[in-house]
Design a protein around this ligand. Structure first.
Ligand code: FES
Ligand code: FE2
Length: 393
């Protein structure tokens, strides 16, 4: 008897809710609290000149600025007096002054001046503008939005620590100026090696993936509570072997090795990754990307930073790329509707490590990778390309 396959009846009408534990980023949500235990990049250092910058991160409206003494501050956007946005404020020597009635705040939210109040008033000493610790690293401004007594050291990445090298910080526009989807589906993409030879290999590439990236590889994974790496090995017809290791860190950082590798030049192409990127949630359905990349004058920059790419719908359909693949997973991908396969091992591992990190935090421990011990904040990045010649294999 022929099997009757189920139809779509009703299935397309009922969309289960998202996995809120892993995807929601607001204050008090499990992932929102986990994300707040890590420093997150919020803007580029170069964006803080003589005007304050409005930003939205983890569903909170903030204003970043650099005062005239050079200190970077991240304050709640709305002035605690009567709510005017400090993005219209005036930058001064020691802080940011609200445009409406002139209250002046320093980078720790202290109110230094209230020009409309009587001279003898101490009211300003009782006032606190919401603020977050801010620090700069390699051209990005990072904020720590968690409890102050849990504040870790700002991590450093060993691939960004060559004292003789120059680094470029830029906004990653590969999914638009602000990607219209949840942060997790963007982050998971770098633990998904199959898409590199299908999505990028089968389509006329926007990102200049080399031809060997389209050759079918084998896959393996390495993981710890701090990160998941895929190891993608390709035996090329030429006899060369290309092995690529790409890593995503709990929660929002990643390091991907150069994609223009040709697999023909062991000396030149065997190298560690040259970039670290972050997918930072704006809110549950929007995400901003930042990159820091080592500038090697002899090599290509991973993703040119100029401006968001504008393509027609038809172009996107004919040559889909990361943007189309990931933002169309729905604004928040529905894990309950997925059919994870062997090739999704990296994705499954990462979700598992995120859940474990949430549990650690909820049990009162520090989540993975968090440290307050000086000199322990260096993260060793396992990502890179390795090209082995036929006679060496
Ligand atoms: S609203 Fe900011 S000083 Fe009044
Ligand atoms: Fe990709």
């Amino acid at each position: 008897m022929a099997t009757i396959r189920e139809s779509g009846y009703g299935r397309n009408a009922v969309v289960p809710p998202e996995d809120s534990v892993l995807t929601h980023v607001g204050l008090g949500t499990p992932m929102g609290e986990l994300l707040r235990r890590y420093w997150q990049p919020v803007c580029m250092s170069s964006e803080l000149a003589d005007l304050p910058k409005f930003i939205k991160i983890l569903d909170e409206e903030l204003v970043a600025y650099r005062d005239k003494s050079g200190n970077v501050g991240v304050l709640g956007a709305h002035c605690c007096h009567r709510g005017t946005s400090l993005e219209y404020g005036r930058i001064e020597k020691n802080g940011l002054r609200c445009c409406y009635h002139g209250w002046l705040f320093n980078s720790e939210g202290q109110c230094l001046d209230q020009p409309g109040e009587p001279k003898e008033s101490n009211y300003k000493d009782e006032i606190n503008q919401p603020w977050y610790p801010a620090q700069e690293y390699k051209g990005l401004v990072f904020a720590y939005m968690g409890p102050l007594d849990k504040k870790p050291l700002l991590p450093k990445y060993d691939v960004l620590e060559d004292e003789n090298a120059d680094y470029l910080a830029y906004r990653n526009f590969s999914r638009g100026e602000v990607a219209k989807c949840n942060w997790l589906q963007l982050q998971e993409n770098a633990a998904d090696p199959v898409h590199t030879n299908i999505l990028h290999g089968w389509n006329p590439g926007l990102f200049e993936f080399s031809e060997v990236m389209a050759v079918e590889p084998t896959y393996d994974y390495k993981h710890a509570n701090t990160h998941v790496s895929y190891i993608r090995t390709t035996d090329l017809d030429s006899g060369y072997k290309l092995t690529r290791t790409s890593t995503i860190f709990v929660p929002t950082a990643r390091s991907v090795p150069p994609t223009e590798v040709t697999g023909t030049d062991p000396d030149r192409e065997t190298e560690r990754a040259r970039m670290v990127g972050w997918w930072v949630p704006v809110d549950n359905e929007n995400t901003i990307g930042f990159h820091v990349e080592l500038i090697d004058p002899n090599k290509k920059i991973f993703q040119p930073p100029d401006a968001p790419l504008v393509r027609s719908y038809e172009e996107k359909q004919r040559a889909p790329d990361d943007w189309e693949a990931q933002t169309s997973q729905r604004p928040i991908a529905r894990h309950a509707l997925e059919h994870l396969a062997t090739s999704d091992r990296g994705v499954a591992l990462f979700r598992r490590h995120l859940r474990e990190a949430i549990k650690m935090m909820e049990n009162g421990e520090d989540p993975p990778g968090v440290t307050r011990q000086p000199n322990q904040e260096l993260i060793v990045v396992p990502s890179g390309n390795e090209v082995v010649a036929p006679d060496q294999a």
